[in-house]
Design a protein around this ligand. Sequence first.
Ligand SMILES: Cc1ncc(COP(=O)(O)O)c(C=O)c1O
Length: 397
Amino acid sequence: MHDPLMATYKRLPVTFVRGEGAWLWDTNGRRYLDALSGIAVCGLGHAHPAVHEALCEQAGLLIHTSNLYQIAEQQALGESLTAYSGMDRVFFSNSGAEANEAAIKLARLFAHRRGVKEPAILVMDGSFHGRTLATLSATGNRKVQAGFEPLVQGFVRVPYDDIAAVETAAANRHNIAAILVEPIQGEGGINIPAADYLPRLRTLCDTHGWLLMLDEIQTGMARTGLPFAHQHSGIQPDVMTLAKGLANGVPIGACLARGPAGDVFAPGNHGSTFGGNPLACRAARTVIETLEREGLAGRAAGMGELLLEGFRRRLEGQRGVVEVRGRGLMLGIELDRPCADLVQRALTKGLLINVTADRVIRLLPPLILDEAQAQLLLDGVASLVGDFLAEGGNQRH
Ligand SMILES: Cc1ncc(COP(=O)(O)O)c(C=O)c1O
């Protein structure tokens, strides 16, 4: 049968038609517990009444004008997002990759203005920053890059969570403008760096006059139990990118900056037709209000602890389980073998999970997950993993 859609995704054989909170229903009326939230997007769950109401009202007023005019909703979101994040200024895009593109352009312009002719950005092995040419070139995964050469130049790659490698790069190169790094690597396998990693990167950036640019596209918006993952380390970035959870499913991205980095772009340097339109901004403003009103960062921290502790108790020490790790509602269970099959098996049991980096079960449930749902998730995943390992699933490799 002719498929009108390009084959960019290998999709699971299920179609969802409705959602409510942490639940989704398929075309047959079957219910699923969503432990992925559209990959860290629907933090408030599906069909949240506040988002529903705000979107309906905004759609009846104004969806789009243009960045050629003042946009009151964009201004209002700019104010609430800078207050929420402690950053100074923001550029709005439509996706995470575009937010990172803005950050990359900002870093290059920042460096050129300081006389660096061919600026480079330090990026990490195992990172993921998007699928546009610049962001896939920044990404530390050959699979994402293969076939799209020539890659965009100007990225220097070092291992993640390795300060010595950054120090060596600093000693050998005089054209570094910025570090672009995820506070926790999401696609890379829920990799959590040492507690002093970000503070030491901050110090190195201060010493060398580099920008510290944090990709919080997956970790941001309360996912890890604080509004932003870097807040666990008590540092502040110069640039931070957001998307995913920012508007609970309405496409939006944001490149935030602080201090001099906030003043780099001038009219004509960057832009976007849709970026920051009234509908997306109204949704994002509602998300921030709701996160704060419902105390969802604290809830993610508490529910995350419960899940982490539960998975550790049930799985750690089992043969085949390498590690259970996570922060807030960003959890990973690393096995010693490829386990992508678990996604289909979980689906059959009415559970939506994900596997990344081949061997890591990734859980990103909505921040509104309640205790009963957390218990279901715990029981469901622990028994799936137990059965899979007992059968010798995919063997060890
Ligand atoms: C850390 C990180 N950066 C960037 C992106 C790209 O975002 P988008 O798919 O919205 O372009 C993702 C998406 O998974 C991500 O996890």
